[in-house]
Write a protein that binds this ligand. Sequence first.
Ligand code: TYD
Length: 210
Amino acid sequence: MTGLFLTFEGGDGSGKSTQSALLTDWLAARGETVVHAREPGGTELGVELREIILHRRGYIAPRAEALLYAADRAHNVATVVRPALERGQVVIQDRYLDSSVAYQGAGRVLSMPEVRDVSLWASEGLLPHLTVLLDLDPGIGRARLDASRTRYDRLESEATAFHARVRSAYLELAAAEPARFLVLDASLPVAEIQQRIRERVSVLLDTLTA
Ligand code: TYD
């Protein structure tokens, strides 16, 4: 596989979509063909799964939730991500398996290694070349969301303790795989965060084309 797979992770309101859109534009301007993907909901099937996962009324058992995200991931990887990578393109994706490990593994208090294994089975072992973790105090993320919306999905509506577990799980994952992760303070100005991401991606592109 010759393409480049970059993922963005972080709590709700950490600025993933802003940063990934800026990076997509920058790479496209450099002549790369970029596919901007997302989970959950990056495919037609995924849109239906996303509706169930995030907006279905009533209880969804934690393992069922983990499997629904895994189903979305399996389909997205098989029909969007792998084909693009095989064409040698750059895939920039908002959220990937680290979201499942942090939200379902730590947030829902399932086992982090087990949730990771389920995701790796779903994706046939696909890991990103680089994962940008936008680290933010969940209280600040929440305040950012409050300023921009009035309705919250099932995951966003979880208690403060849930989001605190998600944040520490992300940091734990980044510490365990320092070569894959770039951890940035998401309270810094947008342009400064973007600059650091571009520096790291430039290095990655140079090593891949060398
Ligand atoms: P996202 O699409 O990033 O939210 P929005 O578009 O509303 O900003 O993700 C929706 C929610 O799904 C988010 O709260 C995180 C959660 N999530 C998981 O719990 N596990 C996963 O594997 C993924 C991909 C997302």
